[in-house]
Design a protein around this ligand. Structure first.
Ligand code: SF4
Length: 360
């Protein structure tokens, strides 16, 4: 995790909302909305990795894709410190609101903001060679053709541990781990600043997960990358992230440095997630907290604190008022009415943080 990072904020997200309309009836009228992302705030500094973790369906993937405008946000502000001018040429760093960016600005931003997808099987075109897949963004952005394009593709394949001869092969000829390396090469060929890693190892075998995570860390050091690392596995997030944001039903409920989040969780939902991480010490037992009930529907989330029907510390106010998302100090943000008074269970500090542990 020892990656150089600066104090410069690369990405600043405020009040990000993404609601998907639910249409019903013969006229397909909008009857409700799936509140996938319901007002999140976060920032990422240059060179750091922010982990975004939560159960399936909590909105973390939608949040990552909204930040890149792969899905259109419903509202909010996404300010990115871009070094590209419209047209793609490098220039002085300037702040761009991704939500308001024009088509040409967005195209230029695509060079700086890339994504690695979860599934290395379905995210690669089976009819294209690896050289074609990795080199395609260079054609789309009119950066390189012919021999220069070939050279750039070879270089980035080398950086992810693949060989020049792999350029002529097709995705089906590779293992899962190698395919994910191809996906990483495709994301890096444009020399981006920010990479959204959308569950990049969850489809891989445990032994391969560690290799890909180590590769991502090496690439971050080599190319000065900044990651938003989306995952449901807290062990994986702990391994790679300098800070962690925990999402529940479309909202961030806690965000802190990785050490602090594990040593001193302040939100009951985080406490439950942290208690599920296995401890590699046979003499140490942690009381695993089993959350009662199902995750409520994001179409009609519970009033007040979304987590209150499952929270063992809930009091009357929790069902009425949504808790403020506030900084408790040292950039430890939490949304819980009782954050100041609760003494929640930390995790044993000998945890390895190696991948392959419990999923959230
Ligand atoms: Fe639990 Fe209340 Fe805190 Fe929500 S606000 S996490 S219900 S104690």
């Amino acid at each position: 995790m020892a990656v150089a990072q600066s104090d410069t904020v690369l990405l600043d997200v405020k009040g990000l909302v993404k609601h998907f309309p639910v249409r019903k009836g013969s006229f397909r009228r909008v009857k409700a909305a799936v509140k996938a992302v319901d007002g999140i705030d976060l920032f990422i500094r240059e060179g750091e990795t922010l982990g975004l973790v939560g159960e399936s369906g909590c909105g973390k993937t939608t949040a990552g894709r909204s930040i890149l405008r792969l899905v259109e946000p419903t509202k909010g502000e996404i300010v990115f410190r871009s070094r590209r001018m419209a047209g793609g040429t490098a220039g002085e760093a300037r702040l761009v609101d991704v939500v308001k960016a024009s088509r040409s600005e967005l195209k230029a931003l695509r060079r700086d903001m890339q994504i690695i997808f979860q599934d290395p099987y379905s995210s690669l075109n089976p009819r294209m060679t690896v050289g074609g897949i990795v080199g395609e963004p260079l054609l789309v952005h009119r950066i390189a053709r012919g021999e220069e394009r070939k050279k750039r593709v070879q270089d980035v394949l080398g950086a992810v541990g693949l060989k020049p001869e792999h350029m002529k092969r097709y995705p089906h000829e590779f293992s899962g781990g190698q395919r994910q390396r191809i996906g990483i090469a495709r994301a890096l060929v444009l020399d981006p600043q920010l990479v959204v890693c959308d569950e990049p190892v969850s489809a891989l075998d445990v032994s391969i997960q560690a290799q890909v995570l180590n590769l991502l860390e090496d690439l971050q050091r080599e190319f000065g990358l900044t990651y938003l690392f989306v995952a449901h596995n807290l062990s994986v997030v702990k391994h790679i992230s300098s800070r962690v944001a925990v999402m529940y039903l479309g909202r961030i409920v806690e965000l802190a440095s990785t050490e602090r989040l594990f040593a001193d969780p302040k939100h009951p939902y985080t406490e439950a997630l942290v208690s599920a991480v296995p401890v590699p010490d046979p003499d140490y037992s942690v009381d695993r907290i089993i959350l009662q009930g199902d995750v409520p529907s994001p179409v009609s989330p519970p009033p007040g604190c979304h987590f209150h029907p499952r929270c063992r510390y809930a009091v009357d106010v929790c069902a009425k008022d949504a808790p403020l998302y506030r900084d408790l100090g040292n950039e430890h943000f939490v949304a819980c009415h009782r954050a100041d008074e609760l003494h929640l269970q930390p995790i044993h500090d000998q945890t390895s943080g190696q991948p392959g542990g419990a999923a959230a």
